[in-house]
Design a protein. Structure first.
Length: 61
């Protein structure tokens, strides 16, 4: 299982202190949000963080 807190932290550290944004609603995601967040890594090695509530909007949008 993915440690999402670690992934958020890693994103934060590698983006000069920027937290990732939800691909669905654009809200910033921090470590405390990870229980409601899905992490996706695309074939192009893009990392995406999406609220569980926003997943359907992104995939079917
Ligand atoms: Zn969202």
């Amino acid at each position: 299982m993915i440690d999402l807190k670690k992934m958020v932290k890693r994103y934060y550290n590698s983006h000069f202190g920027e937290y990732p944004q939800c691909e669905g609603c654009g809200v910033k995601i921090s470590e405390s949000d990870v229980s409601d967040v899905e992490y996706v890594r695309t074939k192009r090695k893009t990392e995406m963080f999406i609220h569980k509530a926003c997943v359907s909007r992104v995939w079917h949008g």
